[in-house]
Write a protein that binds this ligand. Structure first.
Ligand SMILES: Cc1cc2nc3c(=O)[nH]c(=O)nc-3n(C[C@H](O)[C@H](O)[C@H](O)COP(=O)(O)OP(=O)(O)OC[C@H]3O[C@@H](n4cnc5c(N)ncnc54)[C@H](O)[C@@H]3O)c2cc1C
Length: 459
């Protein structure tokens, strides 16, 4: 449907030129997100500052049945904030105030456009800790994190965004505003509606405030790097660490392809090896010392080539930074980088990594794999070129095989990046009829005209 002129007139009556983009050259940066090979031109982009403004946009859109795609920073990797052609892109990035840090209740109330990093820094300034740390945390917004239920490097020990959401203010598609949740540690009144909105990918409502749980800052941390000549040995090290009842805050891996790209990009002195494990433990200093010692011993028992312990915080940050740079480093190598997040139970990790390798060989594709080994969350990253249609066909076939195998091994089609448009064809098979029916019913109830992010998650 072409963008309705009436819609633009109504928006112009409410928003100034600074907050309403309409020219083609201004719209181009909002015609894609972090997902490779997907783009569509919106009809306009509107920057909102308050829940009342969001309500006004939704009312205008509902009247004209114009789709609205909510956007944070647009770093999503499943096409969640990709525009529907001729939609209104409603950007919440300018709603970026930290409204309250409540030290008595260990909570923080923020607007949706605050970056994850700003939240972590504000928590640290109050001597507190906000653990979720997606690789994109310098720019991703908390609204996007909640809508995608994002995870990060510390997910193994500290959990993911959902575990830190205590309350949400949401504008529903009809313009009604609700607040679900509160500062109570225990609250079992009614359905847990806030959990419905976490991970809803902008399809059920627009998040306008987030009440976050904070925790005390760990007193000590130790960061180590172990290198291996075989991926299986690294995977076995992970299994043995968990079996020894150690839950490190970070247990990440990089394969050889990724390592080479990262070293070339970040120059932190990473060795050339088959697999690298980044291991981090935090907590009470005595516990940290004990766990670090055990983890080193386990890595050595599994035949690691070398274990290096970061001597200073700067060195620790450089190692963690190298892992965070994995996607950007791989993205420099080829015109198109497609990053996936197939996830399997930890026990199946080595098998899944081997499978990804076989798929790469079988389809003559270049895949760098890294990810959250402790969570079973892999990021097979295809280094390709979207202009090469024949190769893209092979990439899509390889994806299908990888997701099929993940499901067969009891895993999931996405551990953190969401469904969006990139994985919606796999969702019905993964969820089954009953779950799909309930999800569609909820969507219909909350958004009867289907104006919020249509075509995402469902067809
Ligand atoms: C280099 C890189 C590294 C990454 N690393 C990780 C990682 O480690 N872990 C991880 O989980 N993800 C990761 N991601 C993916 C991405 O950063 C996350 O999904 C992030 O949460 C998206 O935030 P955003 O502000 O960019 O949201 P956007 O991409 O703008 O939007 C994402 C989705 O949220 C919806 N949305 C945004 N704001 C709102 C709102 N206020 N109300 C309702 N819906 C809303 C959008 O409609 C869309 O469906 C990475 C991405 C990149 C580019």
């Amino acid at each position: 449907m072409p963008f309705a002129t009436g819609v633009l007139d109504d928006l112009k009556a409410r928003f100034g030129a600074d907050d309403l983009l309409t020219s083609a050259e201004d719209l181009i940066p909002y015609s894609f997100d972090g997902t490779a090979a997907l783009s569509a031109m919106p009809g306009c982009v509107v920057f909102v500052h308050t829940a009342e403004e969001i309500k006004a946009v939704l009312r205008i859109a509902t009247r004209a049945k114009t789709p609205v795609v909510t956007r944070g920073s647009g770093t999503g990797l499943s096409g969640g904030s990709l525009p529907v052609p001729d939609c209104i892109v409603m950007c919440t990035a300018r709603m970026n105030r930290i409204l309250e840090v409540d030290r008595a209740n260990l909570t923080m109330l923020v607007e949706p456009g605050v970056t994850t990093l700003a939240i972590a820094e504000a928590a640290a300034a109050a001597d507190l800790f906000y653990p979720p740390d997606p690789g994109s945390m310098k720019i991703s917004t908390i609204g996007g994190n909640v809508a995608e239920n994002s995870g990060g490097l510390r997910g193994l020990k500290y959990g993911i965004t959902r575990n830190y959401v205590m309350g949400l203010e949401v504008v529903l598609p009809d313009g009604e505003i609700l607040f679900t949740g509160n500062k109570c540690v225990k609250d079992v009144a009614g359905y847990s509606l806030k959990d419905l909105f976490v991970g809803s990918e902008g399809t059920l409502g627009v998040i306008t405030k987030v009440l976050l749980r904070l925790i005390p800052k760990p007193a000590a941390k130790r960061t180590m790097m172990a290198t291996f000549n075989a991926m299986d040995a690294a995977a076995q090290t992970v299994s043995d660490i968990i079996a020894a009842k150690i839950i490190p805050c970070t247990l990440e891996f990089l394969d050889r392809t990724t390592l080479r790209c990262v070293e070339d990009f970040a120059k932190v002195g990473l060795p050339d090896c088959e697999a690298l494990l980044l291991m981090e433990t935090d907590g009470h200093p005595a516990q940290v010392a004990d766990e670090a010692e055990q983890m080193v011993a386990i890595a050595k028992r599994n035949g690691c080539v070398e274990v290096r312990t970061a001597a200073t915080e700067a060195e620790a940050n450089a190692l963690a930074g190298a892992r965070r740079a994995a996607f950007s480093a791989l993205a420099r190598v080829s015109p198109t980088t497609i990053l996936e997040d197939a996830t399997v139970p930890r026990s199946e990790l080595a098998r899944m990594i081997r499978f990804v390798d076989q798929v790469a060989k079988k389809h003559r594709l270049r895949i760098g794999t890294f990810g959250h080994m402790g969570d079973g969350n892999l990021h097979p990253t295809f280094l390709t070129d979207e202009r090469n249609h024949e190769e893209m066909e092979r990439v899509h076939t390889a994806f299908r095989e990888i997701f099929d195998e993940a499901i067969r091994l009891g895993g999931t089609i996405t551990g953190e990046h969401g469904i969006g448009v990139a994985k919606k064809e796999f969702l019905p098979r993964f969820m089954g009829d009953a779950q799909m029916r309930v999800m569609r019913g909820l969507r219909k109830e909350l958004d009867p005209h289907g104006i919020l992010n249509p075509g995402k998650m469902f067809d």
